[in-house]
Design a protein around this ligand. Structure first.
Ligand code: AMP
Length: 605
């Protein structure tokens, strides 16, 4: 890792937080943490250029927690995030860091959640609010949220907030925060508008950027699997089963806890695996490495620090189960394979929200990383059957089968069955708890997402939570029409392929007269209903209302969330559109027997 700081203790955090970090299994600060934490503890404003996966949440969360006065049950920190999913995730992270801070209260507030619940929670008093801009704005307007005691304000994923059309709301909020407070702004990129906001509202901010040093990697086959539809553990075992030339693997995860958990799970599935982390003393560590060398172990699950310098030539695979914090860590990790002139394979698991990190790694290593198609059920079954046949063939070639052939003949006679049937029964018995045929379904792409919370630091206690349909990261794949420095005219935007599958057209009560743009609609729907933007169909923007095509079969939860959604403060009142099918807009036509649409919609996606 680029971090020259080896322990959190060097950064000036309190004993209580250090204890928590050790308990949740964080060994060393990530580079962004090493740089940001001292600056924020110093009370300075800062701009952090960091993307998801770098550990940025802890980078701002830990210092702000040091400033919280538990006795004052008022919001002392406000974190603005672009999506409700991120709001929940950040709140969960804070909750886990508050393990040894009794009475600490963090509250996520976001659109789509009932006001009644939020009002009740707000009135109980929270020390930290994590919210999406629209809902925070609503509460400030209603005076149900008071920022008089605010000490820290964090803008998380500022460029995403811009991209989703929330920047005006963010500025509105910034205008209404007390004079004296610390502000931290995190953004993966620095578009002009974000820079302008930073200049206007931050005081002499320290800029922190994690440089991604370029590095050449040895001739290692590098592939990535985009995590979707299947749990990482299932994907891992499928890959381990069918990978060609598999001999031994080092699997990288982020925390000490995860090394142990994953080793246990792999052991339970019949793999010879062990954990390697900073809790092991030198002797134990050497023992694990010796076992990997000798073949007593095939898999070692390690943290970055613990795996430094391992040189075991039989390591045919490095698996980045958790994405590294930066490119340097990636290069170190994959350097554990392809040693002593052997072939090496590096497999990277990338959650949708970590796609940016993947691209950064590709740029820094100047090598494309190819997508890996996960082996299907049939692939795994075929491989198991092929291995089984090889084993049987080896036994057939060996001497000394007469005794057993005699038993088979007896069975055939006694049971009046063929030798084939007896062989089938024996093959079934020989599966030894690992069926040759893989059961279950292969993952299918889903328009309505369900959040999978793998590798969250901890669960979010007893908080009331709705089922979630959104995985915030996939926003990063949204067509980047807002990436350009100036707002493009809609006509300039790249046309997107229509989503496959059945679509239903809905009407919403916001249109051009409300100042609504296509991206506001996409942002609100993606955010509130958790529908990936690529599954959002054509949008027709009219004067007073708009139409939007969404995949058929919307879950009730998503539909309810959308019914309550507001765009630019206007309730959208989503309902199925009874009008003509898409493509036939235009000209004067009636809707609901009342409204007339004289103009052609000018934005069709
Ligand atoms: P973030 O970039 O903030 O979304 O963090 C990505 C993941 O890294 C989260 O699952 C964190 O729990 C984890 N993480 C953050 N900092 C550390 C650390 N110093 N050691 C281990 N895991 C960490």
């Amino acid at each position: 890792m680029t971090s020259t700081v080896d322990s959190f203790a060097e950064l000036g955090l309190s004993e209580s937080l250090l204890k928590t970090l050790s308990e949740i299994g964080y060994e060393t600060p990530s580079p962004i943490q090493a740089q940001c934490i001292p600056v924020l503890l110093d009370g300075r404003d800062m701009i952090g250029m960091a993307q998801t996966g770098t550990g940025k949440t802890a980078a701002f969360a830990l210092p702000l927690m040091e400033t919280i006065d538990i006795k004052v049950a008022k919001p002392q920190a406000l974190i603005l995030t672009p999506t409700r999913e991120l709001a929940i995730q950040v709140a969960e992270a804070l909750q886990s860091y508050a393990k040894n801070l009794p009475g600490f209260h963090v509250l996520p507030i976001y659109g789509g959640q009932s006001y009644t619940i939020q009002l009740k929670q707000l009135s109980r008093g929270a020390h930290v609010i994590v919210g999406t801009p629209g809902r925070v704005m609503d509460h400030l307007e209603r005076k149900t949220l008071n920022l008089d005691h605010l000490k820290t304000l964090v803008l998380d994923e500022a460029d995403e907030m811009l991209r989703m059309g929330f920047i005006d709301d963010v500025e509105w909020i910034l205008e209404r925060t007390p004079e004296q407070h610390q502000t931290a702004l995190f953004s993966a990129t620095m578009p002009e508008q974000i820079r302008r906001v930073a200049q206007k509202y931050l005081v002499d901010p320290k800029e922190i950027k994690i440089k991604s040093a370029t590095a050449t990697v040895a001739a290692i086959r590098q592939v990535y699997w985009q995590v979707s539809g299947l749990h990482k553990l299932d994907a891992l075992t499928r890959i381990l089963e069918v990978e060609e030339d598999f001999d031994a693997a080092i699997i990288f995860v982020r925390t000490k806890t995860a090394t142990v958990e994953l080793a246990d799970k792999l052991n339970a599935r019949g793999y010879a695996a062990a954990a390697l982390n900073g809790d092991l003393n030198q002797q134990m560590r050497e023992r694990v490495i010796e076992q990997l060398k000798s073949g007593a172990l095939d898999i070692v699950i390690a943290t970055d620090v613990a795996a430094r310098g391992i040189d075991v030539p039989r390591v045919s695979h490095v698996i980045n189960y958790d994405i590294p914090y930066d490119t340097e860590a990636y290069v170190h990790r994959i350097g554990r394979t392809g040693r002593a002139g052997r072939n090496g394979n590096a497999i990277l698991f990338v959650a949708p929200r970590e796609i940016r990190m993947l691209r950064t790694i590709e740029r820094a290593t100047r090598q494309p990383i190819a997508p890996l198609t996960l082996p299907s059920r049939a692939d795994v079954t075929n491989k198991r059957v092929a291995d089984f046949k090889t084993k049987v063939a080896e036994v057939l070639d060996a001497e000394g089968l007469d005794f057993f052939a005699n038993i088979v003949s007896q069975l055939c006679e006694e049971k009046d069955v063929s030798a084939e049937e007896v062989a089938a029964a024996l093959a079934k018995m020989a599966q030894e708890g690992k069926p040759l045929e893989v059961a279950g379904e292969d993952p299918q792409p889903r328009p309505f997402r369900e959040e999978r919370s793998e590798h969250r630091p901890a669960s979010f206690g007893d908080r009331e939570r709705k089922p979630r349909f959104e995985d915030r990261g996939e926003r990063s794949e949204r067509p980047r029409f807002e990436d350009r420095p100036e707002r493009p005219r809609r006509e300039d935007r790249p046309a997107r392929p229509a989503p496959a599958g059945d679509m239903v057209r809905y009407r919403i009560d916001v249109g051009r007269e409300h100042g609504v743009e296509v991206r506001d609609i996409v942002g609100a729907i993606a955010n509130e209903a958790g529908i990936e933007s690529r599954f959002i169909g054509r949008i027709g923007l009219y004067e007073e209302s708009s139409t939007v095509e969404l995949p058929a079969g919307m879950p009730a939860e998503a539909a309810n969330a959308l019914k309550r959604t507001r765009i630019r403060g206007v309730p959208i009142n989503l309902r199925q559109d009874e009008g003509r099918p898409s493509g036939s807009f235009g000209g004067e036509r009636k809707f609901d027997g009342e409204r007339k649409f004289k103009k052609k919609p000018f934005a069709d996606r």
